[in-house]
Design a protein around this ligand. Structure first.
Ligand code: AMP
Ligand code: GLY
Length: 423
């Protein structure tokens, strides 16, 4: 890296807050811009840029004008739209997979075909665009069975159906009623996998990869994994009850073959690879691949990074071997505070508690300054997240939940059991 390093992060959520904050902690980094970011990030010295994630040309122009060394792409939709290809065509460096490599996330059918071709363990499946054929397959396979819209549907295009009727109705919604728009024009119907879910992330450059600590998200809105699916209501890392052999098996049977497969396909992968896995009686299997960091997992993984984050990414972008190190002490746990009603309709404009100090970090997702330019107000579904590192899950839960009890959270809600599966 040069003398004065300036970086740009694209995205606006808690994930991007965690990425940008960690980059700013790096030794040689003097300034981190976030486009478009959210006002809460400014409390950590980050500089917001009023350009949306889909305005690629404006982002490129900004990066050139401000002599940004490189750009970290947060969200999947920007990657799926080919933002990295455009940055590179403009002579700029961007960290994230190109469009052809990001297809691992933006088409479930593509991801499934890669897994089939390279022998990566995943649920048995078939892809359909014809409703009658889908219905016949569901009736033949029986329930429980899983119906997924093929494209990006913001996590909402998945129905885990406990009965044949429910599965047929889901296929009807997607294929005939067009409920998920274009992303539901094809559906993947797959075998139901039973087991504990966990996430495995890696920094990747071609066939070289660097595994991060294991993490567990909580996707349902309410305690006890009840209620609708959300982007994620809380997470912790590492998952203490996962044996090291599970990670080794996941690396050998999943991460290695998929990355080698992507090279064989002429789509070498560079960026963060996120494997959503389920530990079945037959070993770890893939639920999905994402071509980016997870939200809220990033907020509990990156605080555990003990090496210089910006230097690590620079090294990967320059085809050097990064020196990536993690703490092995304790557990990092975070609880998301969301607007009441999320993931459905919710109100904005609730006044937020003071930013935490000391051992508890606040990451903002949907936060906006009031007119006085001082008070932060809620401005999204997921609003903020409190994160701490402690000796074990129970202690981390106690610290976070005691703090949350002292905060005024009227109009907001959070789960009170984040991490409880580890107890
Ligand atoms: P996805 O958007 O593919 O991550 O799916 C959302 C959620 O649906 C996952 O986090 C799982 O809880 C569940 N799910 C997806 N696929 C399966 C499957 N084959 N078997 C069981 N549960 C699944
Ligand atoms: N936490 C789930 C996701 O980022 O997709």
């Amino acid at each position: 890296m040069g003398e004065v390093v300036k970086l740009l992060v694209v995205g606006s959520g808690g994930r991007e807050h965690a990425i940008a904050k960690k980059l700013l902690d790096s030794k040689e980094v003097s300034q981190v811009f976030v486009a478009p970011g959210n006002d809460g990030m400014t409390l950590d010295g980050l500089d917001l840029v009023d350009i949306g994630i889909s305005e690629h040309s404006a982002l490129i122009a900004f990066a050139k004008e401000h002599e940004v060394d490189w750009t970290f792409i947060g969200p999947d939709d920007a990657l799926a739209a080919g933002i990295v290809d455009e940055f590179e065509a403009a002579g700029l460096k961007a960290f994230g997979p190109k469009k052809a490599a990001a297809e691992l996330e933006w088409s479930k059918d593509f991801a499934k075909s890669i897994m089939k071709k390279y022998g990566v363990p995943t649920a048995r499946y078939e892809t359909f665009s014809d409703f009658e054929a889908a219905k016949a397959y569901i009736e033949k396979e029986g329930a429980p069975i899983v119906v997924k819209a093929d494209g990006l549907a913001l996590g909402k295009g998945v129905v885990v159906a406990m009965t044949v009727e429910e599965a047929v109705a889901a296929a009807h919604d997607m294929l005939l009623d067009n409920k998920f728009g274009d992303s539901g024009a094809r559906v993947v119907i797959e075998e139901f996998l039973d087991g504990e879910e966990f996430s495995l992330f890696a920094f990747v450059n071609g066939d070289k990869f660097y595994i991060m600590p294991t993490a567990q998200d909580h996707k349902r809105a309410f305690d006890g994994d009840k209620g609708p699916n959300t982007g994620g209501m809380g997470a912790y890392a590492p998952v203490p009850h996962l044996a090291p052999s599970v990670v080794e098996t996941s690396v050998e049977t999943i991460i290695k073959p998929v990355l080698e497969g992507m090279i064989d396909e002429g789509r070498p992968y560079l960026g963060v690879l996120y494997a959503g896995l389920i530990l079945t009686a037959d070993g770890p299997k893939v639920i999905e691949f994402n071509s980016r960091f997870g939200d809220p997992e990033t907020q509990i993984i990156l605080p555990r990074l003990t090496s210089d984050f910006a230097q690590n990414i620079t090294d990967i972008l320059e085809q050097k071997t990064p020196n990536i190190t993690w703490t092995d002490k304790g557990v990092t746990l975070g609880v998301v505070v969301a607007s009441e009603g999320y993931p459905l309709a919710y109100e904005k404009g609730v006044r937020l508690p003071e930013k935490t100090t000391g051992d508890i970090t606040t990451y903002y997702a949907g936060a906006k300054f009031a007119e006085n330019g001082k008070d932060l107000l809620s401005n999204g579904g997921r609003v903020y997240m409190l994160v701490t590192t402690a000796d074990d899950v129970a202690t981390a839960q106690k610290i976070i939940y005691e703090k949350l009890k002292t905060q005024e959270t009227t109009g907001l809600f959070y789960r009170s059991d984040i991490g409880s599966k580890a107890l």
